[in-house]
Design a protein around this ligand. Structure first.
Ligand code: PLP
Length: 418
């Protein structure tokens, strides 16, 4: 099918009109910060209106009472993760939620006192893991098992499996690698973790809202995710956590009064009676204004259907990869993202020695990519608002920049830093 036909026959073309897009700009960075939708803007303005009109009564009144907002949003996101409604909660940040998961579910014992991560883990995952080892008097040099990655962009599940030995207590793995977009085989890893008695925590930042998951049925212990990428909830929007029901009732490692059972929180007792849901793993008062836009995105995702969005995303990234192989490979680009549909998330990573300067040149031409050192250009066509024509346009612009070497006008940072 030609891309013209893809745009013409696109059943989800209506979604584009629901976003604030800058005319002439091809935005391919929704995997770092998704754009603002009209329903998200409306939801934020409604939250402000509730504050304006009701003051303190917004906590228990209005269309979305703030006291229950974290649980309400969690229940609505749960289907995207393949989770039960009470297993998901919107709270904190990805980093803080990961701290909470470790504080709650990492229980080192003699002979089983290691945390497994992968070499190319998002930095915060490594920092969080090491800080927990230190807090428990363990040694990151000895107690952190790091699964090697191939060239910083690919992880072989077999290497993870080989590293999950009897001394590993807790594993932190991405659903999708943030550089290459490679999707890991969660079903296989979760089954192995269960068999080995390893608590598996997934960092789903790069797949939440892009790929439908089945965490509950697969027996994934817990997961954390952000909402400002594919969930378009705005810069620094409140993140999410998922905890499998089998762990509900486990006292939160990092407790606060919002960890309370909701019906007893306002007894104001100093003995904590934690919620028997994922709600136990929140800490303090929710950041309502940084959660409200998520409601708008969820409206759109629910209307479109996650399966249709994933199908559209695969068509967009498939077209992008086809064009990259045809038009960009001769210019020195190689694909770092797996071609198979079940092995790739929502973005495409292109390797090129001049990636940093190519990204600057793309931005100058109103194509918004992002750069991940040392040599990755990440392009994320959003199934919510990117057209097929835009993918074609972006590749044509990148090809011209590479051919004409216009990127040479930008300083080469490697020269200036070294
Ligand atoms: C974006 C991202 C994060 C961000 O964590 P914050 O606490 O929101 O800063 C963490 N992990 C991965 C894999 C990410 O892609």
């Amino acid at each position: 099918m030609t891309w013209e036909a893809l745009d013409r026959d696109d059943p989800l073309a209506w979604l584009r009109g629901e976003f604030h897009l800058s005319p002439g700009v091809i935005y391919l960075d929704g995997n770092s910060l998704g754009l603002l939708s009209k329903p998200a803007e409306r939801a934020l303005l409604e939250a402000l209106e509730t504050w304006k009109r009701r003051g303190i009564d917004g906590w228990l009144g209005g269309g979305h009472p703030w006291f229950h907002f974290a649980e309400e949003l969690g229940a609505r996101i749960a289907p995207l993760l393949g989770a039960e409604a009470d297993e998901v909660l919107i709270a904190g940040s990805t980093s803080i939620n990961l701290h909470q998961m470790l504080a709650t579910l990492f229980r080192p014992e003699p002979g089983r006192d290691k945390i497994l991560i992968e070499e190319d883990a998002f930095p915060t995952d490594a920092h969080v893991a090491k800080s927990h080892l230190k807090l428990r008097g363990l040694d990151p040099g000895r107690n952190l098992v790091v699964v090697p990655s191939a060239g910083g962009t690919a992880i072989d599940e077999a290497a993870i499996i080989a590293a999950m030995r009897d001394d590993v207590a807790f594993a932190i793995l991405p659903t999708a690698l943030y550089r290459s977009g490679q999707l890991l085989d969660v079903a296989r890893l979760a089954a192995l973790a269960r068999e080995k008695g390893v608590t598996l925590c997934l960092d789903a930042c790069h797949s939440a809202g892009a790929v439908a998951h089945r965490f509950h049925d697969q027996g994934v212990d817990c997961a954390v995710f952000c909402t400002y990428k594919y969930l378009n909830a705005g810069p620094g929007a409140v993140a999410g956590l998922y905890v499998h029901r089998k762990h509900h009732g486990t006292a939160p490692g990092l407790a606060g009064w919002f960890s309370s059972a909701k019906d007893r929180q306002f007894d104001m007792k100093n003995e904590l009676d934690p919620a028997d849901t994922a709600g136990a793993y929140q800490i303090g008062t929710p950041h309502i204004l940084s959660m409200a836009p998520l409601l708008g995105t969820l409206e759109l995702i629910e209307r479109a259907g996650m399966a249709s969005l994933r199908a559209r995303s695969l068509k967009l990234t498939g077209l992008l990869m086809d064009l990259a192989e045809r038009d960009l490979a001769p210019q020195g680009f190689t694909l770092a993202t797996p071609r198979e549909e079940h092995r790739r998330g929502g973005h495409v990573a292109l390797r090129h020695a001049e990636a940093a300067r190519l990204c600057k040149a793309l931005k100058q031409q109103d194509v918004i990519p992002d750069f991940r050192p040392p040599d990755i250009v990440r392009l994320s066509p959003s199934p919510l608002y990117t057209s097929f024509a835009e993918v074609v346009g972006a590749v044509a612009i990148l090809k011209r920049i590479a051919q004409e070497k216009t990127y040479l006008q930008f300083p080469n940072l490697r020269d200036t830093v070294a």
